[in-house]
Write a new protein. Structure first.
Length: 341
C-alpha cells in the first residue's frame, strides 16, 4: 500500500523552511519534500524523504504519485517576481506548467481514492494592478476580486493559477456524464513576507527585509523604492499560520477558494524608522529604481482580509510592534551576532 504523506514543493525556500519546521512539531502524517535545492540541515530530520528535482519533471511527479498517497499538497515552488521579469519563459514553465502538472496529479489521486486531495496554494498581492497612485490612495483596502490586472509575469502567473485551482475544484470535467471527485483547492494571497531566519530571495517586496538584514550585518543599504511607498507586510510565522489555519478549516465554512490575508501596512520610510530604532547606526538611503518602483506602485496599499477572518477565524499573531520587537529584531540580531561591524 502507498504511504499517506503531505507533499511540500519549494520546501527549501523561505515559506517552505518555516512550514516544514512547524509541521515537524505537531503533524502526524509523514512529509515528502520537493525542491531543486538540498534541504537545510535543521529540517532534514523532520522529513520522510526529500526529492531533489523540478516541479516540471513529469516523470518525477508520476513516480512520486505512484509511490505515495498524497493527502495534502503545499505547492510553494515558484520563480519570484524579480527573476520572473528577467526570465518570463522560465517563470511560466515553473509557475504555471508546474502548477498545472501538480493539479493533474491531485485530480488523478482524488479520483482514484474517491476523496479530495487538498491543494494549498500561496498567491500574492502581485495579482493586483492599480492604474495610478491616485487610485491606489483613494481605494484603500482591496477585496479579492477587485483590480485583478497584474502588470508582471509573476502576478499574471499567480492569478491564472488561482483560476486553474478553481476550475479543478469546481468545474473539472464538467461535461462528463459522471461527476468525478475533484480536488479541494485553497489559496491565500500573501502580502510582503518578512523572515528573521532566511534571507530574502528575489521578491520585489523584499526591500523591507533586505533593509533589516543589511542593518543587522552592519552593511549600508540602498532602498530601491520611494520613502512613501506603502504596501502590507506579514511576519513569516503568520504566513505559515495562515496556510495551516486554512488547511484545517471545515470545507462547509469556506465561501470562496481565494482569500486575502494581511497583518500591517507600512511605508518604506516607516520600515526604515523601525530598522533605525533597532540599529541606530544603520546606513540606509533611497535610490529609486524606476522600473521596480513602477511594479510596487501597482500593488494596493492594503488588502481586505475580512472573508478570511469570518470564514476560518484568521487573525495574525504579529502586529507591527510585536513583529519587530519580539520576532524580527531579537532573532536577526542573534543570527548575525559576532558579525556586526
Amino acid at each position: 500500500m502507498r504511504k499517506h504523506v503531505i507533499l511540500i514543493t519549494g520546501a527549501a525556500g523561505e515559506i517552505g523552511h518555516a512550514l516544514v519546521e512547524d509541521l515537524m512539531t505537531h503533524e502526524s502524517c509523514e512529509i515528502v519534500t520537493l525542491d531543486l535545492q538540498d534541504l537545510p540541515e535543521d529540517i532534514q530530520k523532520g522529513v520522510k524523504k526529500h526529492i531533489k528535482g523540478s516541479v516540471v519533471d513529469k516523470l518525477l511527479l508520476e513516480n512520486l504519485a505512484s509511490e505515495y498517497e498524497i493527502d495534502v499538497i503545499y505547492h510553494l515552488a515558484a520563480l519570484l517576481s524579480t527573476r520572473a521579469e528577467i526570465t518570463p519563459g522560465a517563470a511560466h514553465r515553473v509557475n504555471v506548467e508546474g502548477t498545472m502538472m501538480l493539479l493533474e496529479v491531485a485530480a488523478e489521486q482524488s479520483q482514484f481514492r474517491g476523496k479530495a486531495v487538498q491543494f494549498i496554494f500561496p498567491s500574492s498581492i502581485a495579482v493586483y494592478g492599480m492604474p495610478d497612485l491616485e487610485t491606489k490612495a483613494k481605494v484603500g483596502k482591496v477585496k479579492e476580486w477587485e483590480w485583478n490586472h497584474p502588470t508582471t509575469m509573476y502576478g499574471a502567473n499567480k492569478l491564472y493559477c488561482e483560476q486553474l485551482g478553481i476550475y479543478f475544484s469546481d468545474y473539472y470535467r464538467q461535461l462528463s456524464e459522471e461527476q468525478p471527485t475533484t480536488i479541494d483547492f485553497r489559496c491565500v494571497r500573501f502580502p510582503g513576507l518578512i523572515s528573521a531566519f532566511t534571507v530574502p530571495s528575489g521578491g520585489t517586496s523584499d526591500y523591507g527585509p533586505e533593509m533589516l538584514h543589511a542593518a543587522a550585518k552592519g552593511e549600508a543599504y540602498t532602498c530601491f523604492v520611494r520613502p512613501d511607498t506603502r504596501i502590507n507586510f506579514m511576519a513569516m510565522p503568520d504566513a505559515v499560520k495562515a496556510l495551516l489555519d486554512l488547511s484545517a478549516a471545515p470545507p462547509e465554512s469556506l465561501t470562496r477558494r481565494v482569500y486575502n490575508v494581511t497583518s500591517f501596512s507600512l511605508s518604506a520610510a516607516e520600515f526604515r524608522d523601525q530598522v533605525m530604532k533597532a540599529f541606530p547606526g544603520a546606513a540606509i538611503e533611497h535610490q529609486i529604481h524606476e522600473k521596480r518602483q513602477g511594479i510596487v506602485d501597482t500593488w494596493p496599499e492594503d488588502t481586505d482580509d475580512g472573508a478570511a477572518c469570518s470564514d476560518w477565524g484568521w487573525k495574525p499573531e504579529y502586529n507591527l510592534e510585536r513583529c519587530f520587537s519580539e520576532y524580527l529584531v531579537p532573532n536577526i540580531k542573534g543570527r548575525y551576532r559576532g558579525k556586526l561591524k
